[in-house]
Design a protein around this ligand. Sequence first.
Ligand SMILES: Cc1cc2nc3c(=O)[nH]c(=O)nc-3n(C[C@H](O)[C@H](O)[C@H](O)COP(=O)(O)OP(=O)(O)OC[C@H]3O[C@@H](n4cnc5c(N)ncnc54)[C@H](O)[C@@H]3O)c2cc1C
Length: 379
Amino acid sequence: MPEPGHDAGAAMTALLLVGAGHTHLYLVKHAAELAAAGYRVQLLAPRFFDYSGVASARAAGALSGDAGRIDVRALAAGCGVDFHEATVESLDADARIAVTSDGARLPYDVLSINIGSVVAPEGMEVHPGVLRVKPLSGLGDLDVRLRALGQRGAAVTVVGGGASGLELAAHLAVRPDVAQVRLVESGPFLGADLPAGARTRISRLLTKRDVVVHTGCVVSEIGERQLVCQDGTQMAHDVAVLATGLAAPPLLAALGLGDGHGVPVRATLQHVDRDEIYAVGDCAHFLPRPLPRLGVHGVRQGPVLHRSLLARVRAEPLPVYEPQRRALSILDLGGAVGLAVRGRVWWYGTGPLHLKRYIDRRWLRTYQPEPGPWQRPTG
Ligand SMILES: Cc1cc2nc3c(=O)[nH]c(=O)nc-3n(C[C@H](O)[C@H](O)[C@H](O)COP(=O)(O)OP(=O)(O)OC[C@H]3O[C@@H](n4cnc5c(N)ncnc54)[C@H](O)[C@@H]3O)c2cc1C
């Protein structure tokens, strides 16, 4: 049924949102304006969205299991959006039909993709039992696995010394049921994107927490119980976590929309060859300049995509996304400390973690009607 404010004589435009990433959550929240402009909005996504800002703390058991979880179905219902709980499996871009994992065929006039990223295993052989930091649904099993190992004290190996690997290793090292944490990095040092002083600070922290760091170690194979490096070194573990950086989901190539870099988009966030297809967040390959895979871009693209959709039905010029040169990023390092970095400036201590929690809660409050307590109950 046409929405109030919409010209009843005009046909509705079918807008299909695939994935409930950061950008699409914003659109769902502002769906009433889209409906008034003539859109029939449908969201195709899994029921829950997990917020990465609290993912390491949650995976390591420092925050409760549902901290940072958004019930997408409830949000869509509250905003008048038609929700289809499934994932996209294939696409007929010429007929403009998306086929879902439960076999439904969803027609669209305008399509937007916001399906996030996956871990890039960089040519290594990885056992299916090895946990991956992305998608976040898989990382949720870490706490469960560690609890199942009981009091004997687990040996955990984290592969990849970037932001998420550092967060996880630092967190796990303060967990009482973890006996040993190894952090394995192929490059010459940890936290290659961090300012040198911040890298030194984190290395000191890891040493103090008895994390065993192996740099310059190129992993070729990760099995269920041990990993092997190219130089033949073998390391045993109870649990291994892969944190070797993020890449676009291989599904995009299967959909015919992109490659490992993502869906190629112009500054308007539209597909390079198809005006009716948008891609946002980690799954987009922003052609004007490479963007790091950070939630902040997905968040900031929300208002741009929203304005773009309104502009296109009014035949107005489309807005462009202008990314910040330097974004603030804050690592949660467990033990009540964090590290904030913006460009070459950094700040370590309890203050950055408080700031992070404040930012995260403020963002989540927009989408969670009643956020529960985050702290894991003790005992
Ligand atoms: C451990 C960890 C910690 C991080 N911490 C931070 C941080 O503190 N700050 C920061 O800025 N970035 C952080 N990042 C990076 C951050 O996770 C990503 O940049 C961000 O989540 C990307 O947002 P997005 O909206 O593109 O996708 P996502 O947040 O990944 O959302 C994509 C959604 O699409 C859904 N989906 C997936 N496949 C399909 C499909 N086929 N069909 C339909 N739906 C699908 C998923 O279920 C998911 O809900 C972290 C990453 C990791 C791994």
